[in-house]
Design a protein around this ligand. Structure first.
Ligand code: IMP
Ligand code: MG
Length: 185
């Protein structure tokens, strides 16, 4: 896909791979206790939950590096608003296949901005009886944060700016770029 004049590279694919290797170590350390519980008859694997569509690229790269044996699942939520801002009204568009009751859930998200989507999703998973809910995000973007949420694992932090590529879009464009770009819109 061709780049446009209003875009500049922010995180190269090499930098992304490097950060993924680093946070997979943190994630593996965090879920180590699951190994010790494996012999228990009612043991269930932790669940890695990909938030579609934006996190899909990050999710598959992350899963390939992790040693922890996660069961994977997918969810789609949408927040109505313009192409670059969320409205805070979140809707569940496609639900999980797995029943999360009693499971350790790792949400894998592309970017946490206001935090409304992650606040909604963590509360929903806890309401359904998830044993634990943690958040891994490719980018933790600070400027517009409205919710006081804990991000357990973040590959990158960003103060401000609208970014695309490596799964992330602007009006459904640029998802397939292998690196992350800032776009001036
Ligand atoms: P939040 O609910 O405001 O935290 O918004 C989260 C969602 O908005 C993310 O999962 C993205 O899908 C989208 N989003 C927020 N900032 C950006 C951005 O810079 N680029 C692409 N999508 C974004
Ligand atoms: Mg998203």
């Amino acid at each position: 896909m061709l780049l446009e004049d209003n875009m500049r590279i922010l995180f190269s694919s090499q930098e992304i791979s490097q950060r993924i290797m680093e946070i997979t170590k943190e994630i593996d350390d965090c879920y180590q206790h699951n190994d010790a519980e494996k012999s228990s008859p009612d043991y269930k694997k932790p669940v890695a939950l990909c938030v579609l569509k934006g996190a899909a690229f990050f999710f598959t790269d992350l899963m390939k590096e992790l040693h922890t044996d996660f069961e994977i699942d997918f969810i789609k939520i949408s927040s109505y608003g313009s192409a670059s801002t969320s409205s805070g009204k979140i809707e569940l568009v496609h639900d999980t296949y797995i029943d999360v009751k009693g499971r350790d859930v790792l949400i894998v998200e592309d970017i946490v901005d206001s935090g409304n989507s992650m606040a909604y999703l963590s509360a929903e998973l806890k309401k359904r009886g998830a044993k634990s809910v943690r958040i891994a995000t490719l980018v933790d973007k600070h400027e517009r944060r409205e919710q006081n949420i804990v991000i357990d694992f973040a590959a990158f932090t960003l103060q401000q700016g609208f970014i695309v590529g490596y799964g992330m879009d602007y009006a459904e464009k640029y998802r397939s770029l292998p690196a992350v770009y800032e776009i001036m819109i």
